[in-house]
Design a protein around this ligand. Structure first.
Ligand SMILES: [Zn+2]
Length: 393
């Protein structure tokens, strides 16, 4: 089975999305590229009151209609988050020194002197370095830090709207099949969701596919955007099943290795996912990718599938294995500051191409969502019939 590859257009969009500055609650630059791309491809979308982007429907009433339609075809509800751990400016404590508050996880070693980027609200970036750190009480990240800002002029009045994260030689670059980035998590998922939407709404296909995408905010501080969306109750009184599909990058683990294909995520650190829907996903992965996919519980972190489950929805997950999870140098590699220190995240483009193929295949009509175990049951019955004489004898 040939491994799927990204086209030139797909690769260009991936690199553009992954190069945007983002942090929890500061996802507007990623959202701008996503919505501009969707507009160009004539994919409908709208923004929910929390600033999440609902992809595939043009308005709340259209969303309600799709969800309430009586159908055996489940709505495939893809989720990917637009943020990445990073900081917000708090105040200027000297002419060139910005105090910041960190949101989400971070490395805890080799921080002093580590390069950072700082973006103004318009996305313009300047460089800086970490000058002082107050560790988070959990011991697993940064609470606040002081940044010495390299270059003037930085709009000083905008301390509170400034945001940033770790800086490397470039926001994104490739070496062979590898993409190195300051924020692969979860901008790779955002790319996959946006491209899946473009594909499913291409003119040669159906006009109202059973597809909804949710590009969420502030996942890194506890699924805040996803919770805000679920709390609205817009998915209540559904006339058809809803299957949430979390698209994440997740820390590479034994059995979920970078470059060996996307991972059918059986669960996360919080919980296992729905077995029936996961069985459908797994069969689709086998048919679409053969040996070029992996399967395991990705329990180094949690994902939005757990949030979906907590709100009563069926959920499954697809992961792209991630190197240097949350910018902690675990695997090392180019531009790492050494073990445990800041490092660029990285993924393999072939894993992303596999994930895209899997998402497209998951949208095909007629998958056995209503009776996911039928094929297995039939096999078991055959085995039983063959052994029956022995049982009776
Ligand atoms: Zn993530």
């Amino acid at each position: 089975m040939p491994r799927p590859r990204l086209s030139g257009k797909q690769r260009a969009l991936l690199l553009e999305i992954v190069s945007q500055p983002t942090a929890p609650f500061r996802e507007h630059r990623v959202a701008a590229v996503a919505t501009r791309t969707l507009e160009e491809a004539r994919v409908p979308f709208f923004e929910d009151p929390a600033g999440n982007i609902v992809v595939g429907v043009p308005s709340r009433p259209a969303y309600a209609r799709l969800v309430r339609e009586k159908s055996r075809e489940p709505v495939r509800f893809f989720m990917a988050h637009m943020d990445h751990p990073g900081f917000h400016g708090l105040s200027w404590i000297a002419a060139d020194r910005l105090k910041v508050k960190w949101h989400g996880a971070s490395p805890v070693a080799r921080l002093i002197g580590a390069p950072v980027w700082i973006a103004a609200v318009d996305g313009n970036e300047v460089g800086g370095r970490i000058a002082a750190v107050k560790p988070a009480r959990s011991g697993r990240g940064i609470d606040t830090a002081e940044i010495s800002v390299d270059s003037e002029p930085f709009p000083r009045r905008d301390a509170k709207t400034a945001f940033g994260g770790f800086r490397f030689k470039s926001p994104v670059w490739t070496i062979g099949n590898r993409v190195y980035a300051r924020a692969a998590d979860d901008l790779i998922g955002v790319f996959t969701l946006v491209w899946t939407a473009i594909d499913v709404f291409s003119p040669r296909k159906r006009s109202s596919p059973p597809f909804v995408g949710l590009l969420t905010r502030a996942e890194e501080v506890g699924f805040i955007g996803a919770i805000a969306h679920f709390e609205r109750g817009w998915l209540a009184r559904a006339g058809r099943p809803i299957v949430c599909v979390s698209l994440e990058t997740s820390r590479a683990l034994p059995g979920a290795e970078i470059g060996r294909g996307p991972v059918v995520r059986l669960g996360d650190r919080q919980t296992v996912f729905n077995p029936g829907e996961t069985a459908v996903l797994s069969t689709v992965a086998e048919k679409t990718l053969g040996k070029n996919h992996q399967r395991r519980i990705m329990d180094a972190g949690t994902c939005e599938a757990a949030a979906a489950l907590a709100f009563g929805f069926s959920a499954v997950g697809i992961s792209v294995p991630l190197g240097n999870y949350h910018n902690q140098s675990i695997e090392g590699g180019p531009d790492s500051r050494g073990p445990g220190g800041p490092a660029p995240e990285f993924v393999d483009l072939r894993d992303v191409a596999g994930e895209l193929a899997l998402c497209a295949a998951l949208l095909k009509p007629g998958l056995p969502w209503a009776d996911p175990w039928r094929a297995l049951r039939n096999r078991l019955r055959k085995r039983f019939a063959a052994c029956r004489p022995l049982l009776d004898g």
